[in-house]
Write a protein that binds this ligand. Sequence first.
Ligand code: SAM
Length: 278
Amino acid sequence: MSGIDNLPPLREVIAKHDLAAKKSLGQNFLLDLNLTAKIARLGGDLTQADILEIGPGPGGLTRGLLAEGARRVLAIEKDPRCMAALAEIGAAYPGRLQTINGDALEVNPLDHLRHPIKVAANLPYNVGTELLVRWLTPREWPPFWESLTLMFQREVAQRIVATPGSKAYGRLALLAQWRSDPRIVMELPPEAFSPPPKVNSAVVHLTALPAPRFPADPGVLNKVVAAAFNQRRKMLRSALKSVNPEIEDHLIAAGIKPTERAEQVGLEAFCALARSLA
Ligand code: SAM
């Protein structure tokens, strides 16, 4: 029996259900339940919230979330092999765990969740960044979620919290800091996972702001910052030419020198540029 619940240790669960990690699904599992409970606590008080968990795998973080008192957890997992292990967790926490076997990029979880909703995930990084961008760019704000507690490669985490002028500054920083307050709240070495990945990891906690810091259309802002940082070494007047043929006028209207490079421009100016272009 393990520390935080009466279920078997995760190594036994993995052996029993034959859950050898698959590289193709980015499977690096957390096996230390004290650690997963600690990550769950980084999401704040869970007792009044439904938690959307993406990629539960054998259920280490799921068990952390439930042991820390989550009102309900909806867990979406692509790998069908994990479903039996997750069902055992559901049986230990009656009525509090719902699982969906599917691709988180395809499934709409909102039919199954009651507000307030928090998100927790330890995902392969490409799926994680794709979902993060989606969660940050809906048309309406505030979004369906109150907070996101997400594990990333440390390098991606640093890109989310980066400030202008740094190498890590780019689209992720701008989209995240426009509508939320992102912080790195934990760093983990490769040995925390089984099998260990090649890189360090970090947990980022993002709290949704009640309103964006500056007005802008999410689609236009996303397009502008993507184009600006796609050619980050170029001056903005050439990097953004494909976005609008009169880009110089728009840059000047937004108070940005057309000869500046994307990494020198802050959030407020990018939002002004998006408004001018809209
Ligand atoms: N949360 C578990 C943990 O911390 O031990 C597993 C983490 S592992 C890094 C990522 C998990 O996401 C795997 O279980 C994998 O099968 C799942 N996954 C990968 N792509 C997915 C997708 N598109 N939708 C849902 N789950 C996915």
